[in-house]
Write a protein that binds this ligand. Structure first.
Ligand code: PEP
Ligand code: MG
Length: 871
């Protein structure tokens, strides 16, 4: 029977790699499956067989290697390789050159010469003894190191004889001279090694199940010796760092007289992976082989729908493909590779979209620490806003501003930030806080402005008076020290660290264009300023889903008017201050509407408790009182009046609108006047969406809506222009979610503020959770930080219920999410499945959300292409 005729049923435990039948990884392991697929693609893979997990299990219990149709006949040299389900799970190293023995030596000598044959025999005895009996190959080599290194046939023969004697002494049996016995003992040893306790522990640590099986591949040896150009190497046609095309890999040319002596050479002159002192390349040495390898790599990419690194051998100029691994890649390379494969038709655009992890797009948007850079990490916290920055430590917002004025990069360190730090944050290159979670002030603002940020680094002790940070092991980092912040990993390091620059355009924007063509879930931005709106437009958003108006009042020119308004002791004084705020607020909206022409812009009415706008420190209070011409005591008393035990659950959001309606009146007027002004030239009119925060009862909405509708009417009449606007509410309290049916009757849209909704559903402070979040996640209390990735089981259920109740009441109701979860891929997928219209996230997370939305659409259409290429 010819070897090709052995095509057994897979259940039989042995299958020929070129049978043309599927060799499943689940039964034969990944290597066997991959080799069989390469053979189907017509690649020159050495002939061989795969033994199933079942068959190898029997071997471990002293079963026999099945009949391989004479493959192990004298004269053939075989390689025995491990083939677990997942390569990462290990398996014994390959045993090569099974079949070399006294009987086969003459034939081998005829083919490749005496000295090369003896060298192979010598090496095989050592490797066999190690694989089968656990002997150290060095013990053999040390019998006569000079002979082992020599190419002299007589010396080698002498060494082999001594090795054979040593083997027999150590093992008690002569070295097996029958190829079938060599194969059987080798395979059985590999099977037993797989079951050893240490192998089990190691693979289980990598996620292997307790009963994970091992397959084996038995193949003809394709390399290692021969006349002419002979050797082994690896090739890939894309750069692992950038994904750009080229030659990457190397070739190890084997000395024909001494197969263990190799010389490494690059594949071609432009091969960036390997240098060669002599300068000789494979392209110069054997151009035909390089051409064939190139074709093989291209064929593999097409056939297996991904870029692969091929392991190859060349024997006397003939190419053989020994293995293929998906090319290792950085996030940038992943995008480039997927786009290029789709463009060449090797994969579909859908597959390209599904192949890229949306989170990896972050690498394009911000500078990142170079993958191999040295990191002297002295602190860690939550990775609140991605990207990396190097600068000198400063401890106040003013110091950050002063550093920026001198063009000196700085990292602002605070216990936590507040509104008064915003200007400093804009000036700093990175922010580090000791307290705070993923939705703390620092985290939200930093993500919004694309600033690297680490929050909740609670192991660091901040001494503000001394201006120092102290690590748990006593290291002291002082004001002005140069540090590097990695907001992608949540680490802070001493000194400057090598970075890679951000890069937009090219394959990044091409992939996102494809995503936009596919997705049916809107992606809007949370943008508070014209600068944010411009960034959002650059990232091609579908609108603004949340404009937090409070940030506009922290501007230096406005904060004092805002404070005047807050401190006013009568309605007329309050109104006078609001009248001064009106044009400022209108100006902001005009600019934002103008930037966002043709797109919806959702503006949230004032949300935070008023005390946040008041000065805090005694010297600030004194300064402000003096500027206002008020007694310090009056300012202090009013501040005290406004202070609350639990401000996040106090006078904020719609509660301000109900109790101090003049504030919302002013804001609504500013919005409508701005919209009419921008729409006057009739180019792509803007549709303002007015949003009421922190609602918990429909009556709140009715009260605010009545006044806002009246103001809209007034403004339209005064301006002699019509305006389309919408009014909606934020669902941020569990009660609002439960009563979404009522709310939907008065609202055009519901936007889920999942930061507050998560906080209130769990009863978990979003500003303090950072302190224990790591412990909670590490101990599996939460699978992930629920402020980062939506808690689908709890908060998600509330959202589903609310959306169903809302739509039942008002089928035209628009549904959105505007918490930080809008930039988290799994939360985006949830929104798609729940039938939402859009998600809204920080501008710098818009690309992530666009790709995640496209993936959600593709997955929901069940158009998932065949699974990952590693089968
Ligand atoms: C929210 O609570 O999810 C939200 C978007 O509002 P903020 O973060 O401003 O409280
Ligand atoms: Mg909120």
């Amino acid at each position: 029977m010819k070897p090709e005729e052995i095509i057994r049923d897979p259940m039989d435990g042995v299958i020929s790699l070129d049978s043309g039948r599927a060799v499943r990884s689940a039964a034969y392991g990944q290597r066997a499956s991959k080799l069989a697929r390469l053979m189907t693609l017509g690649l020159p893979v050495p002939h061989g067989f795969a033994l199933s997990f079942e068959c190898v299990r029997e071997l471990a219990e002293n079963g026999e290697v099945p009949d391989l149709a004479g493959m192990e006949a004298p004269g053939r040299l075989l390689a025995l390789r491990s083939s677990p389900y997942d390569r990462a799970w290990g398996g014994a190293p390959t045993l090569r050159c099974i079949g070399v023995c006294e009987r086969s030596l003459p034939a081998l000598e005829n083919r490749i010469g005496r000295s090369a044959s003896l060298d192979i025999y010598r090496r095989f005895i050592g490797e066999f003894a190690m694989t089968v009996h656990g002997l150290d190959p060095q013990d053999f080599q040390s019998l006569d190191p000079a002979a082992a290194a020599s190419a002299d046939p007589a010396a080698l023969r002498g060494l082999i004889d001594r090795m054979l004697e040593f083997y027999e002494e150590e093992i008690g049996d002569p070295f097996p001279q029958d190829p079938r016995v060599q194969l059987e003992q080798g395979a059985r040893a590999m099977a037993k090694a797989w079951n050893s306790p240490s192998s089990r522990i190691l693979r289980e640590a990598k996620g292997a199940p307790a009963d994970a099986g091992l397959g084996l591949v038995i193949q003809e040896v394709a390399s290692g010796f021969g006349t002419g150009v002979t050797g082994r190497g690896e090739i890939q046609l894309v750069d692992s760092r950038t994904g750009k095309p080229g030659y990457f890999g190397s070739f190890r040319l084997i000395d024909p007289d001494k197969p263990t002596r190799v010389r490494e050479m690059p594949l071609a002159a432009e091969d960036a992976e390997c240098g060669d002192e002599a300068g000789l390349t494979l392209e110069e040495t054997c151009p035909g082989a390089l051409r064939e390898l190139r074709r093989a790599a291209m064929r593999t990419a097409e056939g297996l729908s991904d870029a692969y690194r091929l392991v190859f051998a060349i024997r006397s100029g003939q190419v053989a493909i020994l293995d293929a691994h998906p090319v290792r890649r950085t996030a940038r390379a992943a995008v480039q590779i997927s786009v290029d494969l789709a463009k060449t038709g090797a994969i579909s655009r859908s597959r390209a979209l599904l192949q890229v992890d949306p989170r990896s797009l972050i690498e394009y948007l911000h500078p990142q620490i170079a993958p191999n850079a040295h990191r002297d990490v002295f602190g860690a916290g939550l990775a609140a806003s991605p990207g990396a920055a190097t600068g000198r430590i400063v401890f106040t917002a003013e110091a950050a501003q002063a550093a920026a004025a001198q063009d000196e990069p700085s990292i602002l360190v605070r216990v936590e930030t507040g509104p008064e730090d915003i200007r400093g944050m804009h000036s700093a290159n990175g922010v580090l806080t000791v307290r705070g979670g993923m939705t703390s002030h620092a985290a939200v603002i930093a993500r919004g402005i694309g600033l690297p940020c680490v929050v909740g680094a609670s192991d660091l002790r901040l001494d503000f008076a001394e201006r120092t940070l102290t690590t748990p092991d006593g290291r002291v980092i002082r004001d002005g020290a140069l540090v590097t912040l990695d907001g992608t990993r949540g680490e802070v390091m001493a000194g400057s660290v090598e970075m890679i620059a951000p890069e937009l355009g090219g394959s990044f924007s091409e992939l996102l264009d494809w995503a936009d063509a596919v997705r049916d879930l809107g992606v809007r931005a949370n943008a508070d300023t014209p600068l944010d709106a411009r960034t959002a437009r650059e990232f091609r958003v579908d609108g603004i889903g949340l404009c937090r108006t409070e940030h506009m009042f922290f501007d230096e020119a406005r904060i004092s008017v805002m404070r005047e308004m807050i401190l006013a002791d009568c309605d007329s004084a309050r109104q006078a201050a609001l009248d001064r705020l009106l044009p400022m607020q209108r100006e902001d909206f005009v600019e934002i509407f103008d930037i966002m022409r043709g797109l919806p812009v959702t503006i949230r009415l004032l949300d935070p408790p008023l005390h946040e706008f008041l000065p805090n420190a005694p010297e600030e209070i004194a300064e402000f009182a003096e500027a206002m011409g008020l007694p310090i005591a009056q300012v202090t008393a009013r501040a005290r009046e406004l202070s609350e035990v639990n401000p996040m659950l106090g006078m904020r959001g719609v509660r301000l609108g109900v109790t101090m309606p003049a504030i919302y009146d002013m804001q609504a007027r500013a919005i409508f006047e701005a919209a009419i002004a921008v729409n006057r030239d009739s180019r792509a009119p803007v549709v303002p969406e007015v949003m009421i925060p922190l609602v918990s009862a429909n009556r709140e909405v009715e009260l605010v809506k009545r006044r806002i509708d009246a103001i809209a009417e007034d403004v339209q009449r005064e301006q002699g222009s019509e305006l389309t606007y919408k009014l909606g509410v934020m669902v941020e309290t569990p009660r609002a979610a439960l009563r979404a049916g009522d709310l939907a009757a008065t609202s055009a849209f519901l936007s889920f503020g999942t930061n507050d909704l998560t906080q209130m559903t769990y009863g978990l402070s979003r500003d303090d959770a950072g302190r224990f979040m790591r412990v909670y996640v590490n101990q599996g209390v939460f699978p992930e930080d629920p402020f980062h990735s939506l808690d689908i089981e709890g908060v998600g259920e509330l959202m589903l219920m609310a959306s169903q109740r809302g739509r039942a009441q008002n089928p035209g109701l628009s549904l959105g999410l505007c918490g930080e979860h809008g930039g988290d891929p799994s939360s985006v997928r949830f929104c798609k499945v729940a039938g939402f219209d859009y998600v809204s996230c920080s501008p710098f997370r818009v690309p992530i959300a666009r790709l995640a939305a496209a993936q959600a659409t593709l997955l929901s259409r069940s158009q998932t292409p065949s699974g990952p290429s590693e089968t």
